[in-house]
Design a protein around this ligand. Structure first.
Ligand code: PNS
Length: 162
């Protein structure tokens, strides 16, 4: 069975992430979406909250599983017997960071191949940071995240001023 791992911080997951998951689910027998820790980012949502969001927004995809993992991605790939790490690429600015991670993961685990899916043009500008910022200011995030999780994101991030 060909297993692909789609790792990320997903803080929170966006429609851009969902688009990558849907496309990856047609390329692999099984896709494991793994919420992981990015040491250089502070998280607004807990790992469990993010995993719950991802489960709710991927419930229409029978070959997609959601998990959380606090260790090294290279080890997780071996643990799950995966053949590839899936990452989304938006712009040239993503490339250097992604290239560095792909090479480091390959060095740590010779079997850890990374495959990149180009983002759909509709989501070129979209990021979790933008979603958090809009939600914190009371803006409408409905075009950016799945309907199933929109309210929970707003409830956590939006604190109206008295
Ligand atoms: O969505 P992000 O923040 O770009 O995802 C980055 C993530 C979480 C995939 C990366 O930081 C990661 O792999 N974290 C797990 C720990 C690890 O393996 N670090 C070394 C990466 S070379």
């Amino acid at each position: 069975m060909k297993i692909g791992i789609y790792p990320g911080s997903f803080d929170p997951p966006t429609l851009g992430h969902l688009n990558i998951i849907e496309r990856a689910s047609t390329l692999f027998d099984k896709v494991i979406v793994a919420t992981m820790v990015n040491g250089s980012k502070n998280s607004s949502f807990t790992m469990e909250e993010k995993a719950d969001f991802l489960r709710r927004m991927t419930k229409h995809l029978p070959n997609v599983e959601v998990d959380t993992f606090g260790g090294l991605l290279a080890d997780y790939v071996s643990e799950k017997g995966a053949c590839a790490i899936v990452k989304g690429l938006r712009a040239v600015s993503d490339f250097e960071y992604e290239f560095q991670m792909a090479l480091a993961n390959k060095k740590l685990n010779g079997n850890a191949e990374t495959v990149f899916l180009m983002t759909d043009q509709h989501y070129l500008y979209l990021s979790s940071t933008i979603v958090r910022d809009i939600a914190r200011h009371g803006g409408d995030i409905s075009g950016f995240v799945s309907e199933e999780i929109r309210e929970d994101i707003v409830n956590k991030l939006y604190q109206p001023k008295e």
